[in-house]
Design a protein around this ligand. Sequence first.
Ligand code: NDP
Length: 449
Amino acid sequence: MAIKSAYLKDVYADVAKIDGEQYEFLQAVREVLESVEPVLERRPELKKQGIIPRMLEPERIIAFRVPWVDDSGQVRVNRGYRVQFSSAIGPYKGGLRFHPSVNLSIVKFLGFEQIFKNSLTGLPLGGGKGGANFNPKGKSDEEVMRFCQSFMTELQHHIGPDTDVPAGDIGVGSREVGFMFGQYKRLHNEFTGVITGKGTSFGGSLARTEATGYGVCYFTDEMLQAGGKSFQGQSVVISGSGNVAIYANQKATELGGTVIAMSDSNGYIYDPNGIDYKIIQEIKEGKRARISTYLDYVPSAKYVEGCSGIWTVPCGVALPCATQNELDLESAKTLVKQGCFAVAEGANMPCTQEAMEYFVQQKVFFAPAKAANAGGVATSGLEMTQDSIRMPWSFEEVDSKLHEIMQNIYHNSANAAAEYGVEGNLVVGANIAGFLKVADAMLWQGVCG
Ligand code: NDP
């Protein structure tokens, strides 16, 4: 696909002129502009009101210094970010990522995607994202705590339960969320749901940990059923071995699939008998060790150095759940050639634009991230509700709401695709369905909305 209308070409060129170095952000922008082209043809008022250029400019970008002291007494400095992209339909909502690769482009691409993803959930959530170029790997708990406290000491000026509610992402799990929540509570002397993904003893929602991985599988299951297929009897390959990957493994297995390969940034494991998610949970969440140690538990399995090789493993269903642009065109061709008929993005933008277009062309069932992985933020939204009403719900209640939300996202995306003449193209369908709600809210709220 390419941007066809002269108007959208100009809009894209304007963004590229200002943000030309922000490769990931431009990639995310291009995909949305290509998708919403037919909407602008039907709704000329969106052009007159400058809805698209307004959406492409974050409402606010905050960048800040994060000084902290390591265990040897050495002072260190990282850069923190929060991009408050859109509050058209609710308070800014989106995770914090701690990883050495974090920069403004990454945070902006994630924040931009988050606008549409949050809209798709049907909940009143705006879009934002943040993080720091800090690597928690190899740091002691005390170092991570000091970093998180320093990060929150600045971030607290810009967030609040009705303003901006961050959550976790890569490198930010329950440990980091707990440290940041504790610091916010101390500085504000208030116990509010200002961050989600909290421990369940202090306002966290049951099933939030599992939500993104489960949600990917609920969405995939709905998509497969609509096409007369299912997980039953399928080999499943899942990249990554973090929060999303672990629980995608659990749910895909429960739905009848066999997860035969998983990875981390060093390499991948292959176990044709099926990888038990509990072992990965112990390795990654318990010991914070490398995935290669899976061989200590299952000596008959195979470990291969290098993570991208995972896409050479033949499978029916592929769930990229690690990081952006991890699956390129060559990998996509290999997957399809070897019988892969369904791909669902658990990570954010894990397929390159070319890979995604190839899957769509080849009529592979393709579930784009902003629809397929929206279960995490949806459950964060449910955590916000529980915090507000001061009433926790059971695991089953949250899980059944999550399931229903994922089914709705599938049908809304599929219906939008059909309505705009691209039946089966969930990339376009999800973009249009997410976009329309935000665009309408902006129209109602006037030029500053
Ligand atoms: P985690 O930090 O828990 O896990 C990330 C995993 O991916 C780790 O196993 C990491 O390995 C691995 N990884 C990183 N880079 C690569 C690579 N190039 N190839 C293979 N594996 C790699 O993060 P999450 O599971 O939370 O997030 C994963 C993705 O899902 C991200 O894109 C995130 O934005 C997205 N997401 C997460 C949500 C959530 O609720 N957690 C919600 C929606 C989206 P290593 O340990 O070696 O670094």
